[in-house]
Every structure is written in structure tokens, then in C-alpha cells.
Design a protein. Structure first.
Length: 212
């Protein structure tokens, strides 16, 4: 995503000296608790700048599902739209995070790849412990894909059925395929432009005089 600042020529200072850069969050590492902590900090800092939209650029192979859930909770609590943008890859948890961008604000470049798969886990121990782990994995899988389907506006079982149709294997999609499933809204990467301008007002007793 291109992030520009346009400054009125009457403002005589360096662009770098202006603290007006629009906030954008980048998710490019594995989903772990260290990354979630940074994401939370970046997200709250972005909100404090009162932006009209918060862009999240995703380029990740995925990671820990519980970390993903915490990030989704932050996005769902946002008072402003959240744009999710995939330039290169959004896989596993990265794809799921992409899906929770605000409807109408999910962007994929033509060269990007998205990959969905069922929630996976590994366990060892007593039989009942292995069973408990399998039950939790199944719960997370149904919950995540059900939440995503509801958010996007398709049938609750839409993505579970899609995975079943592909024999529960990984599903790779380009931008056109992702758009056909309503995962992506736009093919292409948006530009974020911050405009800094000068305006003048004529006041009397703190009230602006309007020239007729």
C-alpha cells in the first residue's frame, strides 16, 4: 500500500517534521504472543490518531490460532472501519485475519495469494488428553469459519463446506477467486493520502463571519 503526504506549498517546513502520517499496521511475522502485543500497541496508537480508517497490511504464513482470536477481537471492537490489504500472501491465520476486515474494505493485489485450511494442532499424552485436544481443535475450527462466514455475509457452513469439497486440503486462491467467494472486495491495492492544507477564517467573538 502506498502512503502519501501532500502538503500545501504555503507550509514552509519539511514533511518529516509534520506528525501527520496516517496510521497503517503491518502484519508480516508469525502469529505469536510477541506479535499480538505489538499489534495491540500499534492498533491502539492508530486509534488515538482518530483516523477515518485503519489499514492493516498482511503478509504472513500464519501461526497460533489463539493469537489470531485476540487480534480479531481488537478489529471487531474498532469504532472506525478496518481495511485489510494483501500484497503478497495471507495464509492460514493471515487469511483468517484478512477476512475480518470491514466489509467493503478488503483488498488483494492481482499477484497476491490467499490460503485457507482447517485449524490444526498436535498433541501427546493420555488417550483422554488427546481426545480433549481434538475436541478443542474442532471447536475452534467451527467457531472461526462460522464467525468469518457470518461477518462476510454467507451461509454459516459456507467455508466448512468449501473445505469439505476440497477434501479438507489446503485451498489456495488468487485475487479473482477470493473475490468470487466474497473474501476480497477489491482487486488492487489502495493508496492512503494525507493532505495538509492551510485555511483562513475571519472571526468576531469566536464566531466566523460569513461573506455574503
Amino acid at each position: 500500500m502506498k502512503n502519501y503526504i501532500r502538503v500545501d506549498s504555503r507550509i514552509r517546513c519539511k514533511t518529516a517534521d509534520l506528525d501527520v502520517q496516517a496510521p497503517a499496521i503491518r502484519v508480516s511475522k508469525v502469529f505469536d504472543y510477541e506479535m499480538v502485543e505489538k499489534f495491540s500497541c500499534d492498533f491502539n496508537n492508530a486509534l488515538n490518531k482518530n483516523p477515518p480508517v485503519i489499514p492493516i497490511v498482511i503478509d504472513s504464513y500464519g501461526g497460533e490460532v489463539y493469537c489470531l482470536l485476540e487480534m480479531i477481537s481488537l478489529i471487531k471492537s474498532s469504532p472506525v472501519p478496518v481495511a485489510t490489504i494483501c500484497n503478497g500472501k495471507a495464509m492460514s491465520c493471515g487469511a483468517m485475519l484478512f477476512m475480518f476486515g470491514t466489509n467493503g474494505y478488503r483488498f488483494m493485489s492481482e499477484q497476491a495469494t490467499l490460503m485457507l485450511h482447517e485449524v490444526s494442532s498436535g498433541s501427546y499424552g493420555k488417550v483422554e488428553e488427546v481426545k480433549a485436544n481434538a475436541e478443542e481443535t474442532n471447536r475452534l475450527n467451527n467457531m472461526l469459519f462460522g464467525m468469518a462466514a457470518k461477518h462476510i455475509g454467507v451461509d454459516e457452513k459456507y467455508f466448512l463446506n468449501l473445505l469439505h469439497k476440497h477434501n479438507h486440503a489446503e485451498i489456495y486462491m488468487d485475487a479473482k477467486q477470493a473475490k468470487s467467494h466474497k473474501i476480497a472486495n477489491h482487486i488492487g491495492v489502495p493508496e492512503l493520502i494525507t493532505e495538509v492544507s492551510v485555511s483562513h477564517k475571519f472571526l468576531i467573538n469566536n464566531k466566523e463571519l460569513k461573506i455574503q
